[in-house]
Design a protein around this ligand. Structure first.
Ligand code: SAM
Length: 412
């Protein structure tokens, strides 16, 4: 068996033999695809990506990763920052947009804007009508929405250096799995003393964008309380004390989850409480007025004792195990045996066949926060081997690859 690779490999399609089979598979999946069938759509995305990768040469893939994608990120982020996508939508979602006119309205150099839009178009995200004239696609239309556009400002514009310079951090830490939340790749890349990359976004005035980005991430996904995931009317409501706290959304951000719960179950028993750090609670103004808004640091004693459920969405994946244990300890202390549940809404990565959004989330957590998305085994270890008196009672799953599980826990 040869142990060298000939240079010619880099300039040939990566797997030409696989192309006919992948097209056949895609056609078969498409034949069975009905509106709303998300799992088939996920499978088609994975096949379509394999098809593209099989057709591209290794050289072309390198150009894509190291020139095209960073260049696209630069153009899209600039567009969000300068208000380009909002302006184009305002001028007409289906209109033909002229670079000269757009540049004039935005106070931009038309030559610069022309170059940016030419690359966005070449990457498939605008329709070219004539030279320097474009129509929006659904993707570029969506960039006008804050919940979508703000991801570019935060993750690329605000803290985008952390994944790029991750390798330098790993050199410094002898290629150990990162588990120290106080010294992460973010701290090294930005030479920053703030506690973490989320606090850093707040410190550079991007707190509202970060919170809106979280609202975008959850769009189109089943909420935790959907009957296909966690049937609250069967699991939470029976036995709930009428005037006691029903759900405490711990670190619930701007309250998207708890507000949606209120909308879907307006006649729920008990009270709903949203907790987060004071500046976030200050911004959480657009939620149902019956939901109590409470500033709370989850590392401090939990003031709400004996709630029916303590809910945490996308919280524990932000932290390595040692910090998670502190957060969980504060919750376990407040829980009432035989009554309170802890409901963690997070990814559960399978042993094999991990879905790309989960592995991408894991990379994001690792490179920004020295944290992780967890496997079922890691969840058991975190919850049950920490001496907190908690046990996992059930993983509630919709069966969809891209949707989080509700990890239901109780005092053992
Ligand atoms: C990834 S966001 C998740 C927000 C929300 N649960 C959601 O799914 O949209 C993490 C949240 O943790 C909050 N947070 C960070 N440190 C905290 C602390 N020490 N105490 C309470 N909340 C904190 C942040 O303000 C942010 O709202």
């Amino acid at each position: 068996m040869s142990s060298t690779v000939d240079l010619s490999l880099a300039t040939q399609p990566s797997d030409a033999d696989a192309v006919p089979g992948l097209i056949k598979d895609l056609n078969a999946l498409n034949g069975n695809w009905k509106e709303g069938d998300e799992e088939t759509r996920y499978k088609m995305i994975v096949k379509a990506r394999s098809l593209l990768q099989s057709l591209m040469t290794p050289r072309e893939q390198t150009v894509q990763h190291t020139w095209a994608d960073p260049g696209l990120g630069a153009a899209l982020t600039t567009g969000v920052d300068v208000g380009l996508w909002k302006l184009m939508v305002k001028n007409g979602v289906d209109a033909v947009h002229n670079v000269e006119d757009l540049a004039k309205s935005l106070g931009m150099d038309p030559e610069l804007l022309g170059r940016l839009l030419r690359h966005v178009c070449a990457m498939g995200h605008l329709e070219e009508v004539a030279q320097d004239e474009y129509k929006l696609t659904n993707f570029t239309r969506s960039l006008s929405l804050d919940v979508i556009g703000d991801s570019y400002l935060c993750l690329l514009g605000g803290i985008g250096r952390s994944p790029i310079e991750f390798y330098k951090f790993l050199r410094e830490t002898n290629w150990r799995n990162p588990v120290d939340a106080t010294r992460t790749a973010f701290h090294v890349s930005y030479d920053s003393k703030v506690p973490n990359s989320m606090a850093y976004l707040g410190s550079i005035g991007m707190g509202p964008q970060m919170n809106r980005m979280m609202g975008g991430y959850r769009q189109g996904r089943l909420p935790w309380h959907h009957p296909k995931i966690y049937p609250v009317e069967e699991e939470l409501f029976p036995g709930a004390e009428p005037d006691a706290p029903l759900v405490v959304d711990v670190a619930g951000g701007l309250g998207h989850d708890i507000d949606e719960f209120k909308r879907n179950y307006p006649n729920h028993p008990g009270k709903l409480i949203l907790q987060d750090l004071a500046p976030v609670i200050e911004d959480a103004k657009d939620i149902d007025p019956s939901i109590e808004r409470m500033p709370h640091d989850f590392l401090a004693e939990q003031p709400i004792r004996g709630a029916r459920a303590y809910f945490m969405h996308s919280i524990l994946h932000d932290w390595p195990d040692d910090v998670c244990q502190k957060i969980l300890a504060r919750t376990a202390e407040a829980m009432k045996p035989g009554y309170s549940k802890l409901l963690i809404f997070e990814c559960v990565i399978p042993r094999t066949g991990a879905y790309w959004e989960s592995t991408a989330g894991d990379m994001l957590m690792m490179t920004q926060l020295s944290a992780c998305e967890r496997t079922e085994d890691q969840w058991h270890k975190l919850i049950e081997d920490s001496g907190l008196g908690l046990k996992i009672t059930k993983f509630w799953s919709s069966g969809l690859s891209a949707v989080e599980n509700v990890i239901e826990c109780a005092l053992a």
